[in-house]
Structures are given as C-alpha cells and as structure tokens.
Ligand binder design. Structure first.
Ligand code: FES
Length: 106
C-alpha cells in the first residue's frame, strides 16, 4: 500500500490519540504525537478487542494504556510493559509532509 495519508496537516496535536481505519476493513491504526514526534502502531490491543484510541496516553513514558485491562504499550517498540497483554503491537514508520501525516503500510 505504501505511504498512506492518515491525517491532514496540523490536525494532529500533541497528546492526541487518533484512530485511522485502513484497507477498507476493520484494521485500525493508532496515531499519536508527543512533543512534536509522531508514533504509529496498530490501533487494537493485542490482548482482546479494545480500541487504544479510547485508552490513556502517558506522554512522559511514551506509552498508551489499554482502556479494557490496562496493559501499557511502548509507542516506539509496541512492546507491552505489563500483563495481561504479551504480544507487541505492530509499529509503523510515520512522517509528516506539508499536506498531512503519512504512515508506511505494507
Ligand atoms: S484488551 Fe487490552 S489489556 Fe485486555
């Protein structure tokens, strides 16, 4: 699929947790921005079905916490920091261009 636009320019603010549907399916990404840096991971928890865009962002630790059973995931690596989740989130390359934010999808 290549680089795919997930957000308009300037619409993704620091501290936002944004869900993006892609591939005309139920697959979702989570896009976040912390101190200007962008992160993109799968948007559904690897433990059970919960949308991480409804979770809690920790800007200092650069983690998102699942709203259902409270596993926290490192936004850079996708690795869970605590149970019950054990499987890492897939992470994606993300970049910002003049017209928006793009994620590299396979
Ligand atoms: S669904 Fe996310 S930790 Fe259980």
């Amino acid at each position: 699929m290549g680089w795919t636009k997930v957000s308009d320019a300037n619409s993704l603010k620091n501290g936002d947790l944004v869900s993006f549907n892609y591939d005309d399916s139920n697959r979702k990404l989570l896009i976040t921005r912390i101190n200007g840096k962008l992160y993109a991971t799968d948007g559904i928890c690897t433990h059970a079905y919960a949308e991480l865009s409804n979770g809690f962002l920790n800007e200092e630790d650069k983690t998102v916490t699942c709203p259902l059973h409270l596993s926290s995931f490192d936004l850079q690596s996708g690795v869970p920091r605590n149970a019950p989740a054990e499987i890492p989130l897939k992470t994606y390359q993300v970049k910002e261009e003049a017209d928006g934010v793009y994620v590299l999808l396979e």
